[in-house]
Design a protein around this ligand. Sequence first.
Ligand SMILES: *Cc1c(COP(=O)(O)O)cnc(C)c1O
Length: 394
Amino acid sequence: MIPSVLPTYNRAPLSFVKGEGSWLTEADGRRFLDMGAGIAVNALGHANPDLVAALTEQAGKLWHTSNLYRIPQQEALADRLVAATFADTVFFTNSGTESCELAVKMARKHFFEAGQPERVNIVAFHGAFHGRSHAAIAAAGSQKMIEGFGPVLPGFTQVGWGDHDGLHAAIDETTAAILIEPVQGEGGIRPLPDQCLKGLRDLCDEKGILLILDEVQCGMGRTGKLFAHEWAGVDPDIMMVAKGIGGGFPLGAVLATEAAGAAMTAGTHGSTYGGNPLACAVGAKVMDIVADADFLAEVRRKGGRLRQGLEGLVAAHPEVFEEVRGSGLMLGLTCRAANAEVVQAAYDQQLITVPAADNVVRLLPPLTISEEEIAAALSRLDLAATQVKIKTTA
Ligand SMILES: *Cc1c(COP(=O)(O)O)cnc(C)c1O
């Protein structure tokens, strides 16, 4: 009999009932150290007092009105995002997938209004993940995600990660934009070298097309800059954000330059919940904390610490781990053992990690994680690796 919850997820047999900072309490009372943060969502940890206060204060005043009216919390958060980034304008969504939908629509509408309606195609990359809508699965193009769901939405092509010639060949007079994650998340923590992002920017300028960055996972301080593209010193035209921006409250956004966003006039797009008062009250508090030079410097410092410890684990367990990759507190361990075994062994040590493609184990802790918690995570992962080694050689 089908479960009452549609069984589309492969869930671990864990159910958490309480969270505090970097820790989650399981229904049986065990405390887990959370190096997954709900897949980079709980950027400021669980039950962060500042976020709880922002949410409850707003909850006592007004939950929802609709985008038929002005929403002051939305305007305030948009102002903050515009002030802190390349963007001139922001649209609020509820998820990364919805941000992908709008990014694609915006790019196409831009060229339609510019008298180049033939420019509809989006060039994306193998191993990408942009969400689960028809546009998002067509963009990523993986067989696993599109098979069985009818005609794949046209207008998307994929090129290999790092395939220069393939990329140049994929761009023609029908191309509207290049869509890429500065650090692939689900694809296995694959960072795009700064030089390549610069090269993509130049290529887009040369061809007169738009650069869309998907910073749903790598944005909001995750890599130690507010947004990952800042490392390369180049700006996109359109950027997708979600996950960390709400700290656990469903919130997403599309940021755009005036030139890229201007075609999205009244009536061209909308969302019932997008940017509602509750979400934006929390989002504004997240921005207050994350878009701070000292906070981001701490993320870089702690990321360096974690990375150093992980390098040590690779050296100590060469039969389990292969290498460390990523940036800031978005790190991945490529494994020689099966990544699922490592994640399971980590659960046994009451440590939460997240698997990714390319046989990677992801470490995406709350950005507020402490030095002691990083040390504890490393020693638990060390024990987990020993357990995997014993199991695989038994
Ligand atoms: C999670 C993710 C998405 C999709 O976000 P949802 O909120 O699950 O719709 C899109 N892009 C990237 C890079 C992601 O990591």
